[in-house]
Design a protein. Structure first.
Length: 434
């Protein structure tokens, strides 16, 4: 039976994503009605600048008073695409208090206060959906918390930021330096005027926190995620990676400990073998590997950002929440029953690629090797060569280690810096995906 009374939707934010959501709701209204079982009506749009012309949106729907829109009593679902912490947090809480389910694309808020928002939704018997908060149009959140609900996820590794992947891909394929690749990303609209959130890994870390919570059924906040940016990655790093048969990606890596008693969450640049599927992810695309006990290795791939891809994920959540509303039911909420601690980065076991500028004289290699041994780190390969800039009394020494705790590797690097024969530590990078 088709319900004739429409489900009314309030849209908070009408930028690139919000305007695309409104457009799709309008142009695909008949299809959405058939898929949901009731008409869906855009009943109000809250914005900061009401004078801006918004094509396809009735000016009568536009308001600057988002709180009044939520409190007026006829809104069924709110779509929040404002971003940031406030006023989004207060508005979502207000929506729950007034019996309104929420669809959000707000990764920063969910990474910081997801537990409190889930609790508020559960208290009022409402939905909180957020597929668009991670990896754009790629169906990832719902498969992990629904399709894999009966499985045990042990590891998630992926590229979850399109801007950084574009920059690193250009550095790899063209030999460009970091700044040159960033300038191209900015000119093409992939990077913001202030790219800090992307290139320093904050965006990826927020997404990592959300995915870790879903994957391991435990609460992981943004502060729990170890983070390194990619601004120090150089053309020389890519040259070294190629000699190893690798490339460099900014990765989000989430792991359950072997004993199952803790988890780790981290974001940093890493070398990965060219044979790994993530190595072939180009331009501004995202890709995520999920490793589960029964399902094995699953890869999710697609555009991770942009108005249309993100709007697609928002509309998918809208359809699901509308169906739940009609069935007088709710979808899956927070699952945090394991309450596993998040271990520090020092406990992570990984490999290192370390490039040193050293004095070009006998005994240096032995001194460096002794330092590694004293910290319990085994060396896999060593490559020594004269400096390419022609400095006669210095050499470049590249050491690749076997797997060891990150704390031991970090201690080794600090000890190397203190050696008289080590002029400098040119580059430090982890090696993953083997």
């Amino acid at each position: 039976m088709m319900r004739t009374r429409p489900l009314k939707v309030a849209l908070l934010g009408c930028g690139v994503v919000g305007s695309e959501v409104a457009r799709i709701m309008t142009t695909h209204a008949d299809d959405l009605t058939q898929r949901i079982g009731a008409p869906v009506e855009l009943a109000g749009v809250a914005v900061r600048r009401p004078s801006k012309v918004r094509e396809g949106i009735d000016p009568a729907l536009v308001t600057t008073d988002a709180t009044a829109l939520l409190k007026r009593g006829d809104i069924d679902i709110v779509i929040e695409v404002i971003g940031g912490i406030e006023p989004a947090r207060t508005l979502i809480t207000t929506a729950f208090e007034h019996g309104i389910s929420v669809v959000s694309a707000n990764k920063a808020l969910l990474a910081q206060d997801g537990a409190a928002l889930h609790a508020a939704a559960e208290q009022h018997g409402l939905d909180l959906y957020y597929e668009a908060a991670v990896a754009g149009a790629i169906p990832l959140v719902r498969p992990m918390r629904e399709s894999l609900a009966g499985d045990k996820i042990n590891r998630v590794m992926g590229i979850v930021n399109g801007t950084t992947n574009f920059i690193l891909d250009k550095m790899d394929s063209t030999g460009a330096g970091y700044q040159e690749a960033l300038d191209e990303a900015t000119a093409l609209g992939y990077a913001e005027a202030d790219p800090t959130a992307d290139v320093e890994g904050y965006d990826a870390a927020a997404k990592a926190a959300i995915l870790a919570g879903i994957a391991f059924h435990t609460r992981v906040r943004l502060d729990d995620v170890y983070r390194e940016g990619m601004t120090e990655v150089s053309a020389a790093d890519f040259a070294s990676a190629k000699r190893m048969g690798c490339t460099i990606k900014l990765l989000a890596i989430l792991e359950r400990a072997a004993d199952g008693q803790s988890v780790t969450a981290r974001v940093h640049p890493a070398m990965i073998p060219l044979s790994h599927p993530l190595a072939s992810v180009r331009e501004a695309y995202n890709a995520v590997f999920v490793e589960a006990e029964a399902a094995g290795r699953l890869m999710f791939y697609g555009p991770g950002a942009g108005g249309s891809p993100t709007a697609s994920a928002v509309l998918g959540d809208l359809v699901a929440v509308c169906r739940n509303k009609l069935a007088e039911a709710t979808g899956p909420g927070e699952s945090a029953y394991t309450q596993l601690p998040v271990s520090p980065m020092g406990d992570v076991v990984t490999r290192y690629h370390i490039s040193l500028d050293v004095a070009d004289k006998p005994g240096v290699l032995a001194q460096v090797a002794t330092t590694f041994a004293e910290h319990g780190v085994s060396i896999d390969t060593v490559r020594q060569q004269g400096r390419p800039d022609g400095v006669g009394n210095e050499a470049s020494l590249v050491v690749v280690t076997h797997r060891a705790p990150d704390a031991a590797l970090s201690g080794t690097v600090e000890a190397l810096r203190k050696l008289d024969t080590v002029r400098g530590v040119a580059s430090i990078m982890r090696v993953e995906g083997e």
